[in-house]
Design a protein around this ligand. Sequence first.
Ligand SMILES: C[S@@+](CC[C@H](N)C(=O)[O-])C[C@H]1O[C@@H](n2cnc3c(N)ncnc32)[C@H](O)[C@@H]1O
Length: 162
Amino acid sequence: MWQILFLVIVVLFFMFSFVLLFGAPYLPTLTKQVDAAVELAGLSPGDTILELGCGDGRVLLRAAKHGLNAVGYEINPILFLVAYLRTRRYAKQISVIYGNFWNKHWPAADAVYVFLLPRLMPKLEFKVKQESLVKPRVISFAFQFPGIKPKSVKDGVFLYEL
Ligand SMILES: C[S@@+](CC[C@H](N)C(=O)[O-])C[C@H]1O[C@@H](n2cnc3c(N)ncnc32)[C@H](O)[C@@H]1O
């Protein structure tokens, strides 16, 4: 019994810590900040938001409640599964994709939402420019692009037009 519990703890620890090799560890955005993000980016029903590292899917769900389409990438298999199952009732609006967003070619989106880490922001700037989005709008919770002035700020959420 104890061996099984130990194994479960080790597996969970590994799942949540290996992500540090690729990006930010799991920490959720609050509803207030998601609403601020939608408002800041001037998104309207029918627009698409792309979330890089969608965690348990809460931002995707909130976006769908605003009438948006939402696509999220998630690299942690447990969180991917949680996000996938939680968002099934909005399957027409929400897609959850398993994998590392740095290695993917992103779908078309009206804005990109992130809650990452300061050290990843320069790499993100490079990747956004590489993806040649039609409207390169990035909404970042908590962390800023070094040397770039945000277009607007609300409740700790920064809007950039790169
Ligand atoms: C700080 S959490 C934010 C979760 C969610 N965006 C939110 O705001 O509630 C960062 C998330 O990104 C995921 N992540 C980190 N690096 C990633 C990568 N390279 N590709 C896909 N997901 C990644 C983590 O597993 C984690 O769920």
